[in-house]
Design a protein around this ligand. Structure first.
Ligand SMILES: [Zn+2]
Length: 185
């Protein structure tokens, strides 16, 4: 029975090694773009499909980046989750006749049901919130602009870096509370 035991040891070692390597890569990726006060928005339209992806340090939206420790923080998580589900409080498009199909919100640090050290937060204690919105647009060719509404809801947010590809055009712009509108043509 010596040989199978060795194989088992080897596979456990290998699995552990790959798991920690993956976690480090993800942590690095998260940390590289994690700046409090700044969020990023990716907007990609192709045919009738329009996708909006928001990534923000949890601090900007929730005011903390750890698992909710009391009732007040749990209520804050629910409140922010509801706000983010309401896309009109996040981003509003001019033209396009776009209808929201799906919202997917990921708050890793808030996922108390699947608590693991890696998913919870990185070693530095930072965590991001990621939200994906999927729209279907009846007249995508008439999309002309977007207005970021997040600043009104979340005063801790100072900048949103927007990258967009719409109707074959692309661009990027940093929006702020005093300059929250972006022309998409
Ligand atoms: Zn942070």
């Amino acid at each position: 029975m010596k040989l199978p035991k060795c194989f088992q040891c080897l596979s456990i070692f290998t699995a552990t090694f790959f798991l920690s390597a993956t976690a480090s890569a993800e942590e690095y990726e998260t940390q590289a773009s994690h700046v409090h006060g700044v969020a990023s928005l990716f907007i990609v339209q192709e045919g009738n499909e329009l996708e909006v992806e928001l990534t923000s340090p949890a601090m900007n939206l929730l005011g903390f980046e750890h698992s909710p420790g009391n009732e007040q923080q749990r209520r804050q998580v629910s409140r922010v989750s509801a706000q983010l589900h309401n896309v009109n409080q996040v981003v509003v498009f001019s033209g396009g006749q776009c209808q929201l199909l799906e919202v997917d919100i990921e708050m890793p640090a808030m996922d108390v049901d699947h608590h693991t050290d890696h998913a919870d937060h990185s070693e530095s204690g930072h965590s991001d919130v990621e939200v994906e919105y999927e729209f279907s647009c009846q007249k995508p060719e008439t999309i002309t602009a977007l207005e970021v509404k997040l600043f009104e809801q979340f005063p801790a947010l100072e900048e949103v870096d927007v990258q967009w590809i719409v109707n074959g055009q692309q661009g990027g712009k940093t929006l702020s509370p005093s300059d929250s509108r972006l022309e998409l043509q």
